[in-house]
Design a protein around this ligand. Structure first.
Ligand code: 3EB
Length: 331
């Protein structure tokens, strides 16, 4: 029996980091999208170039490249920048907050649009979602902007028919770029979502974290028969539902790395019992850029040589969190 990995063409999706120029990367027709890390968070005019507004701390011109095994179709429709194959669709949408008034309504309208778009194209499954907007920790108590964001996102998801079991891996982090970007990967076929045995599911967080619990899963597996890709959500120093080691960077890294390890082991047991799962690409969101060196030292000793790592300046959604890590693992 052949041990070769067999997967239908068009189902493949991979991620890598690159410093190459955008045009050069996009010359490859199998590239879904280039996400560039820098202060700009605006539509570029190119349907496959997503400017995130998150600056790389240590590498000017760093980009995240998503590519598959077939040429993609792409375009700009109703403000949605999109690229896809028959099985997967990347979509990005930028919104200017001044146009929309309150954040919750603006986020809801943006999600309404993006969810209507993926549905109209037949890719109704959420696979991975990223959200970046300004001043995520501004506002007191229930008015904190992250909580407003959670409200708007949830309203749109429910209206479009998505429930807890449909929530995918996600990240929601703040930048200083003014505009909001939402970008996501949608699929035609079902994928599998996972929770972390050490953490309360975010969608079950108690009331103290806001009127609307966050609508995401801890990880999403896209693939079949142990092949494919696992997307890990932004993971931070939270056990149960509580922040651990407030103000203590090394303590937060201990918990965050342990959370990632426990989630990885749990997923590996379920889909991949004979091979360990190792990350290929990490994005490390860092609140205080002067903590880069300490964080980098820990990441490198924990993960070794294999993963490519982007160190990005970002505000994490709880004001007491200093660092958050997300990962992509090809199986
Ligand atoms: C947490 O575990 C940290 O609202 O989409 C991580 C990943 C976090 C995604 C989101 C929030 C989100 O609750 C915050």
């Amino acid at each position: 029996v052949s041990q070769e990995k067999i997967q239908k063409p068009g189902f493949g999706i991979k991620c890598k980091l690159s410093l190459d120029p955008v045009d050069q990367i996009l010359a490859n027709e199998k590239v879904f999208a280039v996400v560039s890390f820098g202060e700009q968070c605006v539509a570029s005019g190119n349907s496959r170039h997503f400017q995130s507004g998150l600056p790389s701390i240590n590498q000017v011109g760093l980009k995240e490249v998503w590519f598959g095994d077939l040429p993609v179709k792409h375009g700009i429709t109703d403000g949605c920048y999109w690229a896809g194959t028959d099985s997967l669709l990347f979509v990005a949408l930028w919104i200017q907050e001044s146009e929309t008034g309150n954040l919750s309504d603006g986020i809801k309208q943006a999600y309404d649009r993006i969810l209507a778009f993926i549905k109209s194209r037949g890719y109704s499954k959420l696979v991975r979602v990223w959200n970046h907007f300004a001043d995520i920790n501004a506002g007191m108590d229930d008015q904190e902007r992250y909580k407003q964001f959670c409200h708007g996102r949830h309203q749109a998801l429910v209206k479009a028919g998505y429930g807890k079991s449909d929530f995918s891996a996600a990240s929601a982090v703040g930048h200083k770029a003014g505009n909001t970007i939402i970008y996501l990967i949608a699929g035609r076929d079902a994928c599998t979502h996972f929770e972390n045995p050490r953490q309360v599911s975010a969608y079950c967080y108690p009331r103290e974290y806001g009127p609307q619990s966050p609508s995401f899963a801890r990880a999403t597996y896209y693939g079949s028969d142990g092949n494919g890709i696992v997307f890990f959500s932004g993971t931070a120093s939270i056990i149960g539902h509580e922040t651990r080691n407030e103000g203590d960077l090394q303590g937060q890294l201990d918990v965050t790395l342990d959370n990632l390890d426990k989630l990885t082991e749990s997923i590996a047991r379920q889909i991949h019992p004979n091979r360990p799962i190792k990350p290929d690409v990490l994005k490390v969101y860092i609140r205080h850029p002067d903590q880069l060196d300490s964080i980098r030292t820990r990441i490198e000793s924990h993960f070794g040589e294999q993963p490519q790592v982007a160190y990005l300046q970002a505000d994490i959604c709880r004001a007491d969190l200093l660092v958050e890590i997300e990962a992509v693992c090809a199986l």
